[in-house]
Design a binder for this molecule. Sequence first.
Ligand SMILES: Nc1nc2c(ncn2[C@@H]2O[C@H](COP(=O)(O)OP(=O)(O)OP(=O)(O)O)[C@@H](O)[C@H]2O)c(=O)[nH]1
Ligand SMILES: [Mg+2]
Length: 412
Amino acid sequence: MNGIPPTYPLIGIIGKTNVGKSTFFSAATLIQVRIENRPFVTIDPNVGVGYVRTKCAHTTFNLPKCMPQNSTCLRGYRYVPVKLMDVAGLVKDAHKGRGLGNKFLDDLRQADVLLHIVDASGSTDEGGNYVGVGKHDPLQDVTVIESEIDEWFFSIVSKDWVRVKRSLETLPYDKALDLLHQKVSGLSIRREHIVKSLKAAKLEGSKLSSWGDEELRTFSRYLRLVAKPIVIVANKMDIPESEDILKHLMKELPGRTIIPVSAEYELALRRAAKTGLVDYLPGDREVGIVRSDALTPKQREALSSIEKFVKKFEGTGVQEALNTAVFKVLNNITVYPVEDVSKLTDSKGNVLPDAYLIPRGSTALELANLIHTDLGKGFLYAVLVKDKRRVGGDYVLNDGDVVKVVSTLAHG
Ligand SMILES: Nc1nc2c(ncn2[C@@H]2O[C@H](COP(=O)(O)OP(=O)(O)OP(=O)(O)O)[C@@H](O)[C@H]2O)c(=O)[nH]1
Ligand SMILES: [Mg+2]
């Protein structure tokens, strides 16, 4: 998609119908999509590019500027692309095919992390119909939607179990894990996810062929937690009553990541910034009004509410939600490969051309493979720009590292 490496995180936007999924998607991507206050407006998934925001390495290295090629740098912040997918509203029993059921779930197979948008104003019922502020408890939606995702995982893991069990019986543990992995490979699940889930479910080393319904349920639940973690987005926070509902959600869901958001405000700000009315970058904690004279009284009033909101919540929450999903939940870091370690450029002289998102713990060799398999194959060593140190393939990279990979095989 648009030249974005396939390894870049895919964020799935889920939730019941009419909660603001498309508004969030549109705000994050500035792609025009249908937004209406009625259920089931979106049917086919909208796919687009959003950005996570991080301090650009050109500021860390005291360079006047950079020349990004795969990302963007605005006022010292590097905006690195991520893929976003806005799917149709999920309904109870979707995993059994209700609503457009399995189709929506299928669309989510490749997602690495999910943003669960809930209507924190409590004004939409289970079916997404407007019922008035505070009339519906979004906690119920969290339970219903997440259990749909869990059931979907369970149905995939347990499918044909009797037959799979027979094959598992004859296999040594390692090969049995491979088979289990193969079974769920369509869900963008890595082998390490399986190992992690088995450990978390206290099923490590257990005989897979003896698993019954209970073990399958426990395992698939942990697998979902590990492979498709969910961040809750409490949307419509611009409606005053949402604050009490947010408190209630936080109390009832201890330990969960919940981000207060106004997708509508973010969308308004990005549009206003595009036309030059305001000075605002996604993720900013304040808004600068540039052309106050060009505003109608109505626009001025709207912007003043938005300004207050942004100050109070330290942003609209949209950027915070994306950053949380990628940097905290997926635990990614940003690294910058370069060819020239003194100028921090690629071969064409672009300063800090590329920013790569990689899981924390990734090594220099893994980065080399990600850039180009040839670079990995002929890997000799890497040079860290910060101290001009030579490191081996097993060197674990840090957030913000600028690094040159030296290989016997040139790439490109
Ligand atoms: N007040 C307020 N309203 C919002 C916000 N985000 C979305 N809305 C409104 O909620 C309604 C539904 O928005 P959509 O983005 O179409 O919702 P959806 O979840 O994509 O809905 P479906 O595609 O129909 O499932 C629209 O009237 C939006 O204007 C928000 O942050 N605040
Ligand atoms: Mg929609």
